[in-house]
Design a binder for this molecule. Structure first.
Ligand code: F3S
Length: 701
């Protein structure tokens, strides 16, 4: 009958404790300092720290020499921070990021008026710290009877808006029970599952290991609540020893248990080996776990006596190697890196430039606390327990697969132009660098046959693409070399072809569009209608007389147009931009008629006459023969641009929108009127003469 010893993979320091210990080690190197309360619940670790000049104090009054204080991973209440600042005490905050997250939750929720209910040990420093961040009503429950009592007796507390969360090292099975009760009694409740994943994993593994073992050794400080919970869990499955160190294990006791086990197995005629499991709390140093393993191996006199025990223990822990892909749990994010837990004894760091291939992003733009991500191990520093990782490289490998699919299926992908390089640009797409040759960027490179472009000029043009999001087609993927080539131009062409096809299938005379003026000629403007350009002739731009389209529009302007005609074969669209409601002819015909005398302003003078504006948008022609009663040979001798004259409307051609004006007819009319007056006067004179003559002839008779 053999004896097997298995050490739980999750035994020992969790991320938060390891981080706090690292900070304490650094402080020790810089002259030492204090911790507010014991940094971790383990007497051996505390002794080791004291030897290095780090002392635990119970109150801030214990700091006499201006040295730095470390706030331990359990965290503290807001009042402690306030006091530290008031007294100007330098401090390092080693509160575990997962506990900081809880502080934020209770601060925000209690500030909005919610009551706070916490599952945990009210005397535990973590719980005291959390309570110290609540602003309103707060209760702590630590057993099923506590919570049952609370829902019965504190109705107004539980019926108010309520949040419920747990100590990070709480027991999962208890937490599930608590949640069932609060869900039944509290209707306005938000539950935050704050049990730390490290704790859950450790408890689950301890349970599994204990269920397969005949004896469990749980290693950790007596003060450590998470170690006590492990011992309680293991005790449900097999004989369990809770010890602070190898020395604290009693040889006689263990020998007695082993011989009992042998006897039991013998009685049951079981041939199986005796299985011994070892696990440890989050605050147990690895050295102590190794010592316990060494001790157990020695007293059980297994073949392992002769082997290197340290190496053997190391084997039982999850190992990582450079190039491994690992699942990482984000526990903290700052401006330069993301700190992750990869389930080993190491602290995992992902530097900002290994988080993403997209330039300009901060770590917080890429990951957040609580994210589970896949990373590649790039460097291992076992001495200091540090592993460097890259998320970028895992993303790039996944990205390469997606880009390969995009290439095979000719689908469009989106990326950001991240650099201008010799001969093109780099687009970061799906975490992968895609090279786009200059000829595929879509930047204008002059007409074919032009001089080859100066590289500096080309680089300037390519610079305009920097940081822009672009669509592209993947035209080549070389997976072996990780080389990917793309084309922005091909993607743009596909989009443009699709738009054109849609345009021609939907166009009809009279249809209105709002387009952008793309270019301008003296005779009109070209308007982009969404992939297809249409032309608005100058005469169709406005009802008023213009010499050049630039008088009323500029390139880039948005213009409302309608289709006058189109030819899908020749791909031509003729557009109008004049609003029929503003047609000055309608107004003219309503107000004026042939025979009316109007005041007009000469707008142009030609050899055959002068054009004069009657109202804006309607000009009439005063033909050379209609300018004067005299015979006119040179129009300019009679009329000049800007001159205002009176003329008579002599003809209106509604079909051709033409108006004829005559000054001469007006003059003739005026002359005729004065002639008839003279005639009247003459006949009166004649009558008088005749009367006189008659009178004279009568007197002679
Ligand atoms: Fe933090 Fe979880 Fe450890 S909350 S201190 S990592 S047990």
């Amino acid at each position: 009958m053999g004896i097997n010893i298995t050490v739980a993979k999750t035994a020992g320091f969790c991320f938060g404790v390891r981080r706090a210990m690292e900070q304490a080690e650094k402080l020790a190197e810089n002259g030492g300092g204090y911790t507010l309360g014991q940094l971790i619940h383990n007497p051996f670790a505390i002794k080791a720290l004291e030897d290095k000049g780090i002392f635990a104090i119970e109150s801030l009054d214990g700091i006499k020499d201006g040295k730095t204080l470390i706030i331990r991973s359990h965290g503290v209440g807001q009042a402690v921070y306030d006091e530290l600042n008031r007294r100007n005490i330098p401090f390092i905050d080693a509160t575990c990021p997962k506990v900081v997250k809880i502080h934020k939750i209770v601060e925000e929720e209690s500030a909005r008026g919610a009551n706070v209910l916490i599952a945990g040990d009210p005397s535990h420093p973590e719980i005291k710290g959390i309570v110290g961040h609540c602003q309103g009503e707060v209760r702590v429950i630590n057993s099923l009877s506590d919570i049952e009592n609370l829902v019965k007796t504190e109705k107004s507390f539980v019926q108010n808006s309520l949040i419920f969360l747990s100590q990070t090292t709480g027991k999962l099975s208890k937490w599930i029970e608590y949640k069932k009760i609060v869900k039944k009694h509290c209707t306005n409740i938000k539950i935050f599952d704050t049990i730390c994943r490290a704790t859950t994993c450790r408890q689950t593994e301890a349970e599994e290991l204990a269920s397969k073992s005949d004896l469990m050794i749980v290693v950790g400080g007596r003060e450590s609540s998470n170690t006590a919970k492990l011992a309680e869990i293991c005790g449900r499955y097999c004989r369990t020893f809770f010890t602070e160190s190898a020395e604290a294990l009693t040889l006689a006791e263990i020998k007695a248990v082993l011989s009992d086990l042998e006897a039991e197995k013998g009685k049951l005629k079981e041939e199986s080996d005796i299985n011994i499991g070892i696990t440890a709390g989050a605050s147990t140093p690895i050295g102590i776990i190794k010592e316990v393993h060494r001790y157990m191996s020695e007293i059980t006199k297994t073949d392992e006596m002769d082997i290197d025990f340290m190496a053997e223990v190391d084997k039982t822990f999850k190992r990582v190697y450079i190039g491994n892909r690992v699942k990482a749990y984000v526990v903290a994010v700052n401006n330069t890196e993301a700190i992750v837990d990869i389930g080993t004894k190491h602290s995992g760091y992902i530097p900002a430039d290994e988080l993403t291939a997209t330039p300009g992003l901060l770590p917080k733009d890429v990951v957040k606390v609580g994210d589970e991500i896949e990373c590649l191990v790039t460097k291992i520093d076992d001495q200091n327990g540090i592993v460097n990782l890259s998320k970028k490289r895992v993303d790039a490998a996944a990205g390469l697969e997606k880009l390969s699919d995009a290439c095979n299926n000719n689908t469009t992908v989106t990326g950001v132009v991240s650099a201008v390089v010799k001969g093109g640009v780099i687009v970061t797409c799906e975490g992968t660098r895609v090279f786009v040759p200059a000829s595929h960027t879509g930047v204008s490179r002059g007409k074919r046959g032009d001089q080859p472009e100066n590289p500096e000029e080309l680089a300037k043009k390519l610079d305009t693409l920097l940081k822009k999001e672009v669509n592209l087609k993947i035209i080549e993927v070389s997976e072996g070399r990780g080389k990917v080539v793309g084309s922005i131009k091909n993607a743009v062409k596909e989009e443009s072809d699709a738009l054109k096809e849609k345009f021609w299938s939907e166009i009809e005379v009279g249809k209105k569009y709002v387009g952008e003026v793309k270019s301008m000629e003296s005779y009109g403007v070209f308007v982009d209608l969404g992939g297809v350009d249409g032309m608005v002739h100058s005469s169709e731009l406005t009802w008023n007389r213009i010499k050049h389209p630039k008088e009323i529009v500029s390139v880039g302007d948005k213009l409302e147009v309608y289709v006058k005609s189109y030819d899908p074969e020749k791909k031509r669209v003729s557009l109008g931009a004049k609003n029929p409601d503003d047609n000055p002819w309608t107004k003219f015909l309503a107000e004026f008629a042939v025979g009316d005398v109007v005041k007009v302003q000469v707008v142009s003078v030609t050899p055959f006459g002068a054009f004069a504006q009657i109202i804006p948008g309607v000009d009439g022609l005063i033909h050379i023969s209609q300018i004067s009663l005299d015979r006119v040979t040179n129009v300019a001798q009679y009329l000049t641009v800007g001159q205002v004259v009176e003329a008579k409307i002599t003809e209106v051609d509604q079909e051709k929108n033409r108006v004829s004006l005559s000054i001469k007819e007006l003059l003739e009319q005026q002359t005729g009127d004065s002639d008839s007056d003279e005639e009247e006067e003459t006949s009166a004179e004649e009558e008088a003469i005749e009367e006189e003559a008659a009178e004279e002839s009568a007197s002679e008779e």
